[in-house]
Design a protein around this ligand. Structure first.
Ligand code: GSH
Length: 236
């Protein structure tokens, strides 16, 4: 059976990583059997989670994993025409290569309170002697990355504004449809759900969370996908 390597479950959401959550959501939407192996990035083939082991074939990175799942199992995007496929790719880049950096800033660099919540969720399982050192080193590495990428060079208000613009765009495009391209879920829904639940559905506070929760259609979308595909987590 396909093995999905990802961070441990926490906060009552599928995963604290939008990318891990995207892969697991695709697996559930496409009704593909899998088992979860809890892991941490050191030791992963590309030093990041998620990755999968499908009968000995190792695939790392959520984009390549979905490509593999679409060609080897079920392609949830097969009914999309070429302009919808193009739009799907562009939206995924907005979510993962732009909104992600604003979200990432608020998770790792914003308040001490957020950091405490994040630190406990990610590093809480490590032995006490190394926990604080690993957490501190990881945080300074990630801060450096956010600054190097460029997002971390803006003021907090500017980072918030950039994230809110993305949230507005996503919300307007979704409108009152059940899924981004109509009645059936596609890769874009797996990707968007992974990012949105991490912004509005977890205990890390941010201006993006407040803003996203005020968008009724996004709140309903996240709730609906949670109830449809993660009923087991809702009950737990
Ligand atoms: N492009 C990758 C991004 C995955 C990613 O950034 N994973 C993060 C967790 S959200 C990670 O493992 N980071 C560890 C690190 O960079 O050291 C994908 O789509 O899978």
């Amino acid at each position: 059976m396909l093995k999905l390597y990802q961070f441990n479950r926490t906060w009552g959401i599928p995963n604290l990583s939008p990318f891990c959550c995207k892969v697991e959501t695709y697996l559930r939407m496409a009704d593909i059997d899998y088992e979860i192996v809890t892991a941490l990035p050191p030791g992963a083939p590309k030093g990041k989670l998620p990755y999968v082991d499908d009968g000995g074939k190792i695939v790392a990175d959520s984009h390549f994993i979905l490509t593999h799942l679409r060609s080897s199992y079920q392609d949830l995007d097969k009914h999309l025409d070429s302009s919808q496929q193009a739009a799907s790719l562009a939206w995924q880049h907005l979510l993962e290569d732009h909104l992600f950096w604003s979200f990432f800033y608020f998770r790792w660099m914003y308040t001490d309170e957020n950091w405490k919540i994040n630190r406990k969720a990610i590093f809480g399982g490590l032995p006490p002697v190394i926990r604080d050192i690993v957490a501190m080193r990881t945080r300074s590495k990630i801060k450096r990355r956010i600054i190097d990428q460029g997002m971390g060079r803006h003021q907090t208000e500017e980072i918030s504004m950039l994230g809110k613009q993305d949230i507005d765009a996503i919300s307007d495009f979704l409108d009152n449809k059940p899924y981004f391209f109509g009645d059936q879920p596609t890769s874009l829904d797996a990707c968007a759900f992974g990012m949105l639940i991490n912004i509005i559905g977890c205990p890390v506070e941010s201006p993006l969370k407040i803003y996203g929760l005020a968008r009724e259609n996004l709140k309903n979308y996240v709730n609906r996908i949670s109830q449809t595909y993660y009923a087991d987590l809702q009950q737990a």
